[in-house]
Design a protein around this ligand. Structure first.
Ligand SMILES: Cc1cc2nc3c(=O)[nH]c(=O)nc-3n(C[C@H](O)[C@H](O)[C@H](O)COP(=O)(O)OP(=O)(O)OC[C@H]3O[C@@H](n4cnc5c(N)ncnc54)[C@H](O)[C@@H]3O)c2cc1C
Length: 353
């Protein structure tokens, strides 16, 4: 295990931002992690964990402590006749894992194709797209308590999953290091398409409904999801500045009945897209941002909004300070105009977390 010094974090993030880490370890072996944490705790060092760098924003001044890049690979599988189980090590590339599950013929994560980052980070914000979320196939998550070094396995219902969140992102933020995740796939389960944009694309092609095997169908879904993502620059492409982002920068606000009543008064007769689920109202963050004057392609210094996706804040040749100032400007304008507080989706790291 090599401890590197003065490593530029911008090279490890999809948005290309972040100054140097005082110490940096590319961690590939679970055996060593306890040793590292013991050292960090004894020396009272600042310490942060990341993996694929696709949902994290490091400060321009870097991080005065140890940055641990989770990079432990490997997938173990077994089958009990009814279900196929895949235990994936946290550092495994998420999209490669999705492709592997599709090739194995199991439905459940095909709509999550093309999402950058690691498998171990997916429970952190209950990664979701095109009608699927990882919470629907995760059986449990195994993590190390950073303080006690105890290894704990959290069953699905103990993970506190919600819309783009979990206990690992909220109440237990920075408490655990996720080392592996166990996914469970029901055998012979037909794929379900729950997202209208994806449904429309599938319907416009006559071949999907003539496919007979589950594997062919989920492959087709993957291909269509990847095409949709490509059009929005939601696939990482080093030649496409629009993809120098953290994906969506804001989550869709969720309002209760009385908050929604207040919001309706403010918007008067504007036609805002609203998705009602149970007694909650999910608003489109993209609509709020655009209707506050921040349209696709908007630039502010070295940062801006993708010309393909109004929720993707991008780094053209800017800094974290510029990005966060721009984000605050959007948040303040939206709040003034619509009374809604936007919530950032990526994790913003302070210099000495
Ligand atoms: C182009 C683009 C498109 C995207 N599309 C989507 C999308 O459709 N849906 C969606 O949900 N997200 C999307 N994202 C966001 C991102 O890809 C996911 O959140 C992804 O799961 C982050 O994985 P990562 O390994 O890069 O995490 P990192 O960015 O490295 O870390 C993110 C957070 O997770 C924590 N973390 C990471 N690994 C561990 C671990 N092993 N143990 C404990 N904590 C850990 C970090 O401390 C940090 O707080 C997109 C991002 C980009 C750039």
């Amino acid at each position: 295990m090599e401890i590197q010094k003065n490593i530029l974090l911008s090279e490890y993030t999809t948005i290309g931002l972040g100054g140097p880490a005082a110490y940096f370890i590319d961690f590939t072996d679970t055996e060593n992690v306890k040793e590292i944490i013991e050292y960090v705790n004894e020396n009272k060092m600042n310490f942060i964990v990341f993996s694929g760098g696709s949902n994290i924003i490091f400060p321009d001044r870097g991080f005065d402590g140890l940055v641990l890049k989770i990079n432990n690979k490997g997938v173990k599988t077994h089958d009990d006749g009814n279900y196929f189980y895949a235990e994936v090590n946290a550092g495994e590339n998420w999209d490669e894992f999705v492709r592997y599950i599709i090739e194995s013929g199991y439905s459940g994560i095909e709509c999550l194709s093309g999402i950058p980052g690691s498998a171990g980070a997916t429970p952190v914000q209950n990664v979701g797209a095109y009608g699927q979320e990882v919470k629907d196939t995760i059986m449990n998550v195994t993590a190390l308590d950073r303080r006690t070094l105890e290894e704990i396995t959290f069953d699905n219902n103990e993970c506190g999953f919600g819309y783009r969140t979990s206990r690992f992102k909220e109440r237990d933020k920075d408490k655990y290091i996720i080392v592996k995740v166990l996914f469970r796939f029901e055998k012979n389960k037909q794929p379900e398409i729950k997202y209208s944009e994806l449904q429309k694309v599938i319907d416009s092609q006559d071949n999907y409904y003539s496919l007979t095997s589950i594997k062919e169908k989920i492959k087709s879904i993957r291909d269509n999801v990847l095409k949709l993502r490509e059009k929005k620059s939601m696939l990482i492409n080093p030649d496409d500045t629009n993809s120098r982002s953290c994906g969506s920068f804001f989550t869709n606000p969720v309002l209760n009945e009385s908050e929604y009543d207040r919001f309706k008064v403010l918007i008067k007769d504007l036609n805002v897209p609203v998705y009602k689920t149970g007694d909650e109202y999910k608003l489109s963050a993209a609509w709020l941002v655009e209707n506050s004057g921040f349209v696709k392609g908007f630039k502010k210094g070295g940062v801006g909004i993708s010309s393909k996706h109004s929720l993707a804040l991008i780094n053209i040749n800017g800094t974290t300070d510029e990005l966060l100032a721009f984000s605050s400007e959007i948040e303040e304008t939206v709040e003034k105009k619509f009374g809604i507080k936007l919530k950032k989706e990526p994790v913003v790291v302070s210099e000495n977390s």
